[in-house]
Design a protein around this ligand. Structure first.
Ligand SMILES: [Fe+2]
Ligand SMILES: [Fe+2]
Length: 379
């Protein structure tokens, strides 16, 4: 029953650059993408509201936490992308600071190229957030259909609205304030397709609410802290207040369900979580940006991957995922005397196990809530 790295992620060495880079988006001009799936839609005739009190509470919270992407954000803000890049870089001590570039393709770069890299990275990052949000929109609509509990269907319906709003605001920000879109990164698309093709309802949750949204919450938090651009700061603040609820929805729903699963079934969940983690790590190599900057990706990446800031950023992306997997029992499921759980070993291999004792997101959404008055439209 045990799957190898080869079977799970298509390569035996998780750091095999050649293999990572061979995965590219081959159809960047397509306007739609079809994914086949074959899952059961479940009606429930048990309408007892609050049978799952924590989900019911989350649903009630969501109803009063709606905001309006058009009217609650300061869209009149002028955004000077170059200034934003310089301000971000100033915090790090200057553009390209802290990197020894001698003997690398960056050797001859002037400030102009570094600023351009910053601008492209922003366009890329926000584009991928937007695509990921559409993934969330689709997955959550699916959960309305295939989760068996009425409290979860109710809650998921509110999340569908949240995700529509998130796609909307990221798309508007890209169109009105930035300077170009990127198509979806192939690793992110692989992951979304895998989640959608799986017909088991709890896998939709694990892939989206725990893995993709857990990473998004960490990444949004990082950029929210870093950026001095007031519109993006507020946009991320609002989106995060929703995302924290979404991750909580995943944790609260799966916690009970996983108690009922067999060791073999849990192992499949562990493998799925690992595969998702690798796909998400691969996508953050932002191979399309290097391409657009006219650099040979293969020359650049060994250098980029070894830069200390990068390692820190990348690891930080897992700061929500690892504690949440632990809370769900996935880290140590299948552990025997002297042998750690499979996912614990894999997260150790990925270098992210240190986050296991950070706060999980089961209740953290309270902390992210918007204050009264912040949501003008809902009052
Ligand atoms: Fe979202
Ligand atoms: Fe979300």
């Amino acid at each position: 029953m045990t799957s190898t790295n080869e079977e799970l992620i298509g390569r035996s060495d998780i750091n095999d650059l050649e293999a990572i880079l061979s995965v590219t988006n081959k159809d960047v001009d397509a306007l739609v993408s079809h994914v086949k799936s074959n899952y059961d839609t479940i009606f429930t005739w048990d309408y007892e509201k609050g049978a799952r009190p924590k989900l019911n509470r989350l649903y009630e919270k969501a109803k009063t936490a709606q905001w309006n992407g058009e009217t609650d954000l300061p869209w009149e803000t002028e955004v000077d992308q170059e200034q934003v890049v310089l301000a971000n870089a100033a915090q790090a001590g200057g553009v390209g600071a802290g990197m020894d570039v001698s003997g690398t393709p960056f050797e001859r770069w002037t400030d102009k190229e570094w600023v351009q890299l910053g601008i492209e990275s922003q366009n890329w990052t926000l584009s991928q957030f937007m695509h990921g949000e559409q993934g969330a929109l689709i997955c959550t609509a699916r959960i309305v259909e295939n989760v068996p509990w009425v409290d979860a269907k109710y809650y998921a319906a509110t999340q569908v609205m949240d995700e529509a709003r998130h796609v909307e605001v990221f798309a508007k920000y890209l169109d009105d304030k930035l300077s170009g879109h990127y198509p979806i990164n192939a690793h992110l698309k692989l992951l979304l397709d895998d989640i959608i093709q799986d017909d088991r309802w709890d896998m939709t949750y694990l892939g989206m609410q725990i893995m993709v949204e857990g990473l998004a919450l960490a990444a949004f938090g990082f950029i929210h802290q870093l950026t001095t651009e007031p519109l993006l700061k507020q946009l991320l603040r609002y989106v995060m207040s929703d995302e924290a609820r979404h991750v909580a929805f995943g944790v609260l729903s799966l916690q009970d369900y996983y108690q009922e699963l067999t060791a073999a079934e849990l192992r499949e969940r562990q493998e799925f979580a690992f595969e998702a983690a690798v796909r998400m790590r691969d996508r953050f190599l932002q191979q399309e940006v290097w391409d657009r900057m006219g650099l040979n990706v293969k020359d650049v990446l060994p250098f980029v991957m070894n830069s200390p800031e990068r390692a820190g950023f990348q690891a930080m992306l897992f700061s929500k995922i690892v504690p949440n997997c632990k809370k769900l029992g996935l880290l140590d499921a299948g552990a025997t005397n002297g042998k750690p759980g499979w996912l614990r070993e894999k997260f150790t291999e990925l270098g992210v196990i240190a986050f296991e004792d950070w706060a999980d997101t089961g209740e953290e959404y309270e902390m992210f809530q918007l204050a009264e008055g912040e949501v003008a439209a809902a009052s």
